[in-house]
Design a protein around this ligand. Structure first.
Ligand SMILES: Cc1ncc(COP(=O)(O)O)c(C=O)c1O
Length: 397
């Protein structure tokens, strides 16, 4: 028997298919990398992953994960405060804090959990959250879970941020929350301005550096390093272990020891959800250590990004300007973006089209993500495919 719920959802799914916005999974048969084997497609160049440093599959990272499995088994079978804290968690967290220059760090099973487990833990009706309009969905959901009122300022609009800070003068704590690198735009938060305003109005700054850790700054420490700041100039950093740092899963919050200790005491994903599995803790630790020992990977990522950005621009495809490895090409309608992504796949390049509701209506895009793992051959193959498909779709003459 089909329930009325199934009937309603089934009808909506049919409409997604009719409108050309239905998402189909692509199944990979080889490890994540600059090229992968895709079921039914063969080898394709990947321009869609968050594997910014190419660490998903480096031998040191993979071997560490295996060692974790051998030494500590498959899982923690517990939340942290009951019996799920292993010495590898402490090693990982101390290493993350040392790398970033913060007092302490605390791991979560995802950055989604780190963000949704942050604001509701120490903010309530007496406080206020001031958030950039283009912040990631996990920050938005974190705000939804929190009793604190929220003020959303237009993307990177510092005058609007200042106005929000002034308007909330009576609040106990004002938390300014921003992505470090905005995931759909690829631009960088105006962190020095945000910190200056926060200091002026006695606010706290939290930065989600998921797309910046391992990516920005000379040694990949993130947005603060990009601007010549230290890890302690930002009050709270959240980030992921699922992108540049090995790409497995997991996230963390880094900052003052008191804030981290408070999260241990009260953050709900810590209290009510299993700890990071030892395999992931081991491979993530190996990824951080690898990054610390190989800053040239960050430079390679920067060089690849510059190479790709210059050439895609020269083709006339007009990506959003910027300097990060997230290179969005705005094409308009969602169905167009999905069709273009399908045509790129036929040319052997895996690059994803994003549309509403992930980005505003009319601003659907093909989002390219560059990795230090790409060879010039990989990038040239992708550029050739863009030239061909861009012509076929009337984007370039
Ligand atoms: C800015 C940002 N924050 C948080 C997350 C969530 O990270 P995780 O995959 O570790 O939950 C993402 C992932 O897409 C992200 O882009």
């Amino acid at each position: 028997m089909t329930s009325s719920l199934e009937a309603r959802l089934g009808a909506e799914i049919e409409s997604f298919k009719r409108d050309g916005v239905y998402k189909r999974m692509n199944f990979l048969e080889s490890p994540q990398g600059s090229r992968v084997r895709m079921e039914g497609r063969g080898e394709v160049v990947v321009l869609s992953s968050n594997n910014y440093l190419g660490l998903c599959n480096v031998p040191e990272v993979v071997a560490a994960g295996k060692r974790g499995l051998d030494e500590l088994g498959a899982g923690t079978a517990s939340v942290r405060f009951i019996c799920g804290t292993f010495t590898i968690h402490r090693r990982l967290e101390e290493t993350l804090a040392r790398f970033l220059g913060t007092e302490a760090a605390l791991s979560y099973v995802s950055c989604w959990n780190a963000n949704t487990g942050l604001m509701p833990t120490f903010l309530d009706e007496q406080d206020v959250i001031i958030s950039d309009a283009l912040n990631h969905a996990s920050i938005i959901d974190g705000m939804r879970l929190c009793k604190a009122p929220r003020k959303i300022y237009p993307h990177s609009d510092m005058a609007a941020l200042e106005a929000a800070l002034k308007e909330s003068a009576g609040s106990r704590t004002r938390l300014v929350m921003t992505d470090g690198v905005f995931s759909m735009e690829g631009d960088i938060a105006r962190l020095p301005d945000i910190i200056e305003l926060a200091r002026k109005y006695d606010a706290v700054v939290a930065v989600d550096d998921s797309h910046s850790t391992g990516v920005l700054g000379k040694t990949g420490k993130g947005t603060f390093e990009h601007y010549g700041l230290g890890g302690r100039d930002v009050d709270i950093i959240t980030s992921t272990l699922g992108k540049a740092l090995g790409g497995a899963a997991g996230g963390f919050t880094a900052g003052p020891a008191t804030i981290v200790d408070y999260l241990v005491q009260r953050s709900r994903p810590q209290l009510f959800s299993n700890a990071l599995p030892p395999t992931v803790a081991y491979s993530s630790l190996a990824a951080v250590e690898y990054l610390a020992a190989h800053p040239e990977r960050v430079q390679r990522l920067r060089d690849n990004t510059k190479y790709f950005r210059e050439r895609i621009q020269a083709l006339g495809l007009n990506p959003r300007a910027g300097e990060t490895p997230i290179v969005p090409i705005i094409v308009g309608e969602t169905a167009f973006a999905i069709r273009m992504s399908e045509m790129m796949l036929r040319e052997g390049v895996f690059v994803t089209g994003f549309g509403y509701p992930v980005v505003p209506k009319g601003e659907a895009r093909i989002r390219c993500q560059i990795s230090a793992g790409h060879t010039r051959e990989d990038l040239d193959k992708a550029l050739d495919a863009f030239k061909k498909v861009g012509r076929e779709m009337g984007l370039i003459s």
